[in-house]
Design a protein around this ligand. Sequence first.
Ligand SMILES: Cc1cc2nc3c(=O)[nH]c(=O)nc-3n(C[C@H](O)[C@H](O)[C@H](O)COP(=O)(O)OP(=O)(O)OC[C@H]3O[C@@H](n4cnc5c(N)ncnc54)[C@H](O)[C@@H]3O)c2cc1C
Length: 374
Amino acid sequence: MAAVSTVGIVGAGAAGLALASFLADAGIKTEILEKSQAPSTLGSGITLQGNALRILRQLGLWEEISAHGYAFNDLGLRAPNPEGTVLAILDEMQTGGADLPATFGMYRPKLAAIMRERALAAGVVISYGKTVKTVEDLGSAVRVHTEGGEETDYDLLVGADGIHSTVRRAIGITAEPQPTGMGIWRAFVPRPAEVVRTDLTYGGHCFIAGYCPTGQEDMYAYLVERAQDRHDQKDTTIMAELAANYGGPWNEIQQSLLDGAPVNYTRFTQHVVDGNWHRGRTVIIGDAAHSCPPTIAQGAAMALEDAAVLAEELIAGQSVDNELWEKFHTRRAERASAVVKASVQLGQWLLDGEKNADVPGLMGGLASRLVVPA
Ligand SMILES: Cc1cc2nc3c(=O)[nH]c(=O)nc-3n(C[C@H](O)[C@H](O)[C@H](O)COP(=O)(O)OP(=O)(O)OC[C@H]3O[C@@H](n4cnc5c(N)ncnc54)[C@H](O)[C@@H]3O)c2cc1C
């Protein structure tokens, strides 16, 4: 008998869909409340590291996912010169184990669609157009109130509602995302033949110019700059002007931008909830509990790991008690916090123009830790 019979999950992102699937597989009645009216079909690419793939494989999704993206085991470094000279090609640690690639790029909406179908097939109810407003702990259950005036009770409520989590605030946790001082332009574009892995260029006009192949036909490209007021976050010409400062595949990427490839601009933020992520019978996971700039591309991996660990503890547990929460936090809090710290540190070194930064040491140390399953 698991610790709970019914679970309400707020948010149909990676954390919510993964948790719901694991719980429904174990016979726990699971409902997701999602504020969007329908699944999004728009978006850019995502870089999934091996430890994210390990959880997706646990969900039985690796075979399908591997057919819809681009796998690679190395990382290129290019010079910020007009030729985009390749300076080094480094082996990446396979953090999901030797039988999974180190890195996998794919189109975000495709990942979301595969995870959504998986949850529905497991029997999860996904209710769209339901914005959670407040949460009431009744002692032996949690009552959720939506903006539409509906009330539902669950044995446990999980806030997987992202960086600006309503559930986090509703249970009195005051941590909020803070700006890190950087902003990122991203575009989804056709893949130049030369792009066979992620190549990063540090320096030049931006802090980082990078890309990740997401399939034979496509990839996403990004440029990280000092955060500024980019009122028109969809202005393709600004990203095209910035791209003109880089060489190699950036020539083709720039042409795609001039041809009108869709772009967007986002400012980096970060936060970690210190101490417990739960209050009574409500807990937050994924970006609701911790968020980081994507300098190491571990945000979704951490969200998936949170989901897998919480599901394991709920399924193995007898009741929602201190012992269960202690086990959950021991496995998650420090690990997620280390990822946020390293992601922020990388960005800060760039902002500070630090010449002696031990980037390989930081990345290698974190990767050795992530190889060990959460
Ligand atoms: C620019 C950028 C690039 C990134 N690139 C990468 C990358 O390459 N690799 C990587 O691993 N990570 C990356 N990340 C991080 C990654 O996107 C997140 O860590 C991950 O999506 C978090 O998943 P989640 O399920 O916790 O939250 P989300 O994906 O944000 O899902 C939250 C869901 O909750 C819903 N919701 C919110 N409020 C309510 C409410 N009140 N009621 C009902 N529903 C609600 C939302 O609509 C949403 O569907 C990036 C982040 C940024 C900002």
